[in-house]
Design a protein around this ligand. Structure first.
Ligand SMILES: C[S@@+](CC[C@H](N)C(=O)[O-])C[C@H]1O[C@@H](n2cnc3c(N)ncnc32)[C@H](O)[C@@H]1O
Length: 272
C-alpha cells in the first residue's frame, strides 16, 4: 500500500515531494533533523524526528514559517482573506505585489508571500537586484488556498526552530544526534567535471564544493549528512567521500507541462 504523503503548502522550485520514496529510506534516525536548504520543507514534513532545525537563506520564506508556527489558526484566517475572486486579477495581483514589496508588517508580509506563491507565474520565487519580488501574474482559474497543508505544517512546526541563515551556520550548529538533509540549488545537468562559472541563485561551484567539505567534516564529528543533487561528472567529483545512490526522475521541461524528459539524480550519504 502506498503511504500517504504530506504535501507542502507552498509551491517551490526543486521541491522533493515527488521523490520522497528515494530520500526517506536513506535518512538515518536521530534526535534532530537539520534542513539547511528548507524550500517547501517536503522532507521535514514527511519525516518523524523529535525536533527540527529548519533554515533557508530566503528571509520571506522563514518569516512565513515563523508566523504560521506562532499564530496558527489566526494566521490561516488572515491569509485566507486574500484568496478571493477579486484578488485573482492582473490588476489586483500587481497592487498586492507592490504592497508586499513595501511592507514591514510581519503578519501582512507573510500572508502576501503566500498569496504571491499561489497567484504568480509557476509558483516561482524571484527578486530583482533591490530584492523586490518580481514574478509576473500566473493566470490560474482558482488558486488553491492550502489550508489543510498549513495545519499539518503547523503541527510539525511545534517541534521546529526556523532560522534565516547560510548553510554553513547550520552545519556549525549540528551536534551529536543531529542528522542533516541538504538540498542545495542544483548543479546544472549539462556541466562538465571542470564546471566553475555557473551560478544558480548565487550558488556556484565553490559553494557546491564548500557544502561537500562541510558534509565530510560533519561526518567526521559523527553527524550523518545526506545531500541531493543532479547526477553529473562535477557532482561525482566533489562527492567522492560519500556513498552514492542514483536514480532517474520524470521532469516537466516546458512551461505548459507538455514536454517531459528524464533527469538523473544523485543522493550522497556521508557518515554511515
Ligand atoms: C532546491 S531548493 C530546496 C527545496 C526543498 N528541499 C523542497 O523540498 O522544497 C534550494 C533552497 O536553498 C535555498 N538557498 C540557496 N542558497 C542558500 C544558502 N547559501 N544557504 C541556505 N539556503 C540557501 C534557496 O532559497 C532554496 O529554497
Amino acid at each position: 500500500m502506498k503511504r500517504v504523503r504530506n504535501r507542502p503548502f507552498l509551491k517551490w522550485a526543486g521541491n522533493k515531494f515527488a521523490i520522497l520514496e528515494h530520500i526517506l529510506p536513506l535518512l538515518p534516525a536521530g534526535e534532530r533533523l537539520i534542513e539547511p536548504f528548507a524550500g517547501s520543507c517536503a522532507v521535514s514534513l514527511n519525516s518523524d524526528y523529535p525536533s527540527y532545525l529548519i533554515a533557508d537563506i530566503n528571509p520571506d520564506l522563514i518569516l512565513l514559517y515563523q508566523t504560521l508556527q506562532r499564530e496558527g489558526e489566526r494566521f490561516i484566517d488572515h491569509a485566507r482573506q486574500l484568496f478571493t475572486p477579486e484578488n485573482n486579477s492582473e490588476h489586483r495581483y500587481y497592487l498586492l505585489r507592490e504592497r508586499f514589496n513595501g511592507s514591514s508588517d510581519r503578519l501582512e508580509k507573510a500572508s502576501l508571500f503566500l498569496y504571491l506563491n499561489r497567484h504568480c507565474y509557476n509558483g516561482l520565487c524571484r527578486y530583482n537586484k533591490s530584492h523586490r519580488f518580481n514574478v509576473p501574474f500566473g493566470r490560474y482559474k482558482r488558486p488553491y488556498f492550502p489550508e489543510r497543508e498549513m495545519r499539518h505544517f503547523y503541527r510539525m512546526a511545534q517541534r521546529a526552530e526556523f532560522v534565516c541563515a547560510d548553510f554553513r551556520e547550520l552545519f556549525a550548529q549540528a551536534r551529536a544526534g543531529s542528522v542533516i538533509y541538504a538540498d542545495p540549488p542544483y548543479i546544472p545537468l549539462n556541466d562538465t567535471s571542470h564546471f566553475t562559472s555557473y551560478s544558480s541563485e548565487g550558488f556556484d561551484a565553490d559553494q557546491q564544493r564548500a557544502l561537500a567539505q562541510a558534509a565530510e567534516q560533519a561526518a567526521r564529528r559523527g553527524i550523518p549528512v545526506l545531500i541531493s543533487n543532479h547526477d553529473t561528472p562535477f557532482a561525482r567529483s566533489i562527492y567522492g567521500a560519500a556513498t552514492l545512490t542514483h536514480f532517474q526522475v520524470q521532469r516537466h521541461i516546458s512551461c505548459n507541462g507538455q514536454q517531459r524528459n528524464k533527469a538523473a539524480e544523485l543522493l550522497a550519504l556521508y557518515g554511515l
